[in-house]
Design a protein around this ligand. Structure first.
Ligand code: ZN
Length: 246
């Protein structure tokens, strides 16, 4: 039997407060035993059963409270047989239920503009690409949008968006007071992200600036000078901030 994950919509087995007792009495009837029922929302969890003398302790994924009787029958079958196929059907029910749709964010059409008032990003990008990457970096590069948001306590000079393969540079850097070596450093940093990608670390937080990344970053000809310049000049960007990235 194939369980239609959307089927539960057709079988509203009770109002919110009744679902729990409905499922419990259903299981009790079918299993002919006193049931103590609890629920869990943990990831990958389906069901756990502890059969005691007087009572059967059953913990089920809370989605089962919305399940049609056909699914609850499967639940009973699984409790009785521990059959793998049945377990898989239950998993399908729990984890393929259509999730409530996220609000769509309007797609903004992005203009690629590498020519600024002072700096042409593409020229710098191409120079760096040749010098450090054998022209292998594929990303597009653009000045980011200026934002009118409130002053912030931190600033991101550049970002790399992997999906769109695009490097954005904070337009605050498009000033003659910003030395070329520093802008180059920001671009180089983002090019490294493009080159190395974002490494997933066992599903934990993505590791962004790996050891390898940091080693390669130091190869930039003005690495120390750029770090120093950033330290000395960072504050002046804070009052008039824009851009985002890593
Ligand atoms: Zn970074």
């Amino acid at each position: 039997m194939i369980i239609d994950p959307t089927a539960f919509n057709k079988y509203n087995i009770g109002m919110t407060e009744n679902k729990y007792s409905l499922v419990r009495s259903f299981l009790q009837r079918k299993l002919k035993k006193k049931i103590r029922l609890s629920t869990s929302r943990s990831r990958n969890f389906i069901i756990s059963v502890e059969n005691q003398k007087e009572v059967m302790l059953i913990k089920i994924h809370s989605q089962f409270l919305k399940a049609p009787f056909a699914v609850l029958d499967k639940l009973v079958e699984y409790i009785q047989t521990k059959n793998k196929n049945v377990e898989n059907e239950l998993k399908k029910f729990i984890y393929k239920i259509p999730q409530p749709k996220k609000k769509k964010t309007p797609v903004r059409v992005e203009k690629i503009s590498h020519i600024g008032k002072v700096y042409n990003l593409k020229v710098l990008f191409d120079m760096l690409n040749e010098r450090y990457f054998d022209n292998s970096v594929t990303a597009n590069i653009t000045w980011g949008r200026t934002s009118n948001s409130k002053p912030k306590r931190s600033i991101r000079f550049g970002s790399y968006e992997e999906v769109k393969d695009i490097i954005r540079i904070n337009p605050e850097l498009d000033k003659s007071s910003v030395p070329k070596f520093f802008l180059g450093y920001v671009i180089y940093h983002e090019m490294l992200h493009c080159k190395l990608g974002f490494i997933k670390n066992d599903g934990k937080k993505n590791e962004i600036h790996t050891k390898k990344f940091k080693e390669l970053e130091k190869q930039y000809f003005a690495f120390n000078k750029s770090q120093e310049w950033e330290k000395q000049n960072k504050e002046r960007f804070f009052s008039n901030n824009s851009g985002a990235g890593t």
